[in-house]
Design a protein around this ligand. Structure first.
Ligand SMILES: Cc1cc2nc3c(=O)[nH]c(=O)nc-3n(C[C@H](O)[C@H](O)[C@H](O)COP(=O)(O)OP(=O)(O)OC[C@H]3O[C@@H](n4cnc5c(N)ncnc54)[C@H](O)[C@@H]3O)c2cc1C
Length: 371
């Protein structure tokens, strides 16, 4: 069986590892010069968004023999709204590095791959289709799926980010939901270490937002983060991602082409998490190729997760700063905090997103009816 994997990122490399475990050696094509040849940024995986899986990294290791070492186990997330600050505590998830550093997740995955990776590849998808029995599309974007008429786009976003030096608690990321500063968007500070972190802001590309002065938005957000963390940062690197498409494929597999990672629709619309789904889709495509499962069936829960997350996104966009303040303020009410902490903990039996989206959907409908 000749298998081509297009893209040596999270999903493509996970697919390669899973194939090799079944004795299949794929040909991997990467258009960049090496694995992770892109900006460095910090990302996270939170258990609550991947339930019923309880601990994402433990699960990948136990079930599929894929080992990933995070930067830190997240013990606390500090949530900032316009006028309130609250937190969620417990065993919440992990943070990790992406990009060209030697401990980034893509480099860690590539160290587990034995097959040769052809770098600086210029191969087009159509050529690979002619020469291989199966093609795994793992290019990290929806371009090919869109060209094939196989992608529904729900949202386009812009991300601005920077690496900053300062003083951080490695196990404590911060998130901002302040629509006066970041309309319908959010910001994160995720530490790489106690001296370095990643600061990002993300906003949807709605005309009402893109026509704003984005430099001023960044500057306001940056100043707010410095104020809330009570320090001045020093920027050492900057990046920008434009037209980041959030959507999902109509069919996860067309003939012998598998759509994995962002080509599948791994990015959750709610808060933009996609790493775990990218790894899973890579593994699931390999299982199908090796006759150990049906890709369409394996990804069904991922389609459902995406739908819940899209409702969550619309819900977030329907909130006002006063609603966000109230929600964050409630995190300081003992019983509510205990419940939320428990629900976000890796031992939680609740599927928070799945269980709460029916109510969010009613709220969204109500808001729509009043437009
Ligand atoms: C700024 C930012 C922050 C994020 N934060 C988080 C987070 O905190 N948590 C989370 O879970 N997710 C996060 N995500 C989403 C997550 O990073 C993605 O969902 C995930 O990396 C997608 O994996 P992938 O395999 O589809 O793509 P990638 O890992 O991006 O890999 C795609 C690979 O394909 C290669 N490629 C592209 N075109 C071609 C071609 N034509 N031929 C050959 N190779 C090609 C690329 O060079 C790349 O190596 C974030 C995304 C961004 C942009």
């Amino acid at each position: 069986m000749k298998v081509a994997i297009m893209g040596a990122g999270m999903s493509g490399l996970s697919c390669a590892i899973a194939l090799e475990k079944q004795g299949v050696t794929p040909s991997i094509f990467e258009n960049r010069g090496c694995v992770g040849d892109r900006f460095v940024n910090a990302e996270s995986m939170f258990h609550v968004f991947n339930s019923p899986v309880k601990d994402c990294l433990h699960y990948l290791n136990e079930e599929y023999g894929i080992a990933l070492k995070p930067v830190a186990e997240v013990r606390k997330i500090v949530i900032h709204s316009k006028n309130e600050t609250g937190s969620i505590t417990g065993n919440i998830g992990y943070t990790n590095i992406r990009g060209r550093q030697s401990d980034s997740y893509e480099v860690q995955l590539s160290n587990q791959v034995k097959s040769r990776i052809e770098f600086n590849s210029k191969y087009e998808y159509e050529e690979l289709c002619k020469n291989y029995d199966a093609v795994v599309l793992a290019t990290g974007d929806s371009d090919y799926a869109s060209h094939l008429g196989n992608f529904r786009n729900d949202l386009s976003c812009t991300v601005h980010g920077a690496t900053i030096e300062g003083i951080f608690e490695t196990d404590t990321p911060h998130v901002w939901f302040d629509y006066e500063v970041l309309p319908k968007g959010y910001g994160w500070v995720i530490p790489y270490s106690d001296k370095e972190a990643n600061i990002v802001m993300l906003y949807p590309d709605y005309p009402s937002i893109t026509k704003m002065d984005i430099n001023e938005m960044w500057s306001k957000y940056y100043t707010l983060a410095e104020k809330d963390l009570n320090q001045s940062f020093r920027i050492t690197d900057k990046f920008e991602v434009t037209r980041y498409m959030v959507g999902i494929c109509n069919k996860p597999k067309l003939d012998n082409t598998y759509f994995v990672g962002n080509c599948f629709g791994a990015i959750s619309p709610g808060l933009g998490f996609g790493q775990f789904t990218s790894i899973l889709t890579g593994i699931y495509s390999a299982l199908d190729i090796c006759g150990l499962g049906k890709y369409e069936d394996l990804v069904k829960p991922l389609f459902a997760n995406y739908d819940h997350s899209l409702i969550f996104r619309r819900f977030l966009e329907n909130l006002k700063d006063t609603d966000l303040d109230l929600a964050v303020k409630n995190l300081n009410v003992k019983l509510i905090k205990q419940f939320i902490d428990k629900a976000c903990n890796k031992d939680s039996k609740l599927q928070l997103l799945k269980d709460t989206t029916p109510l969010m959907a009613i709220f969204n409908q109500f808001k729509k009816s009043r437009e």
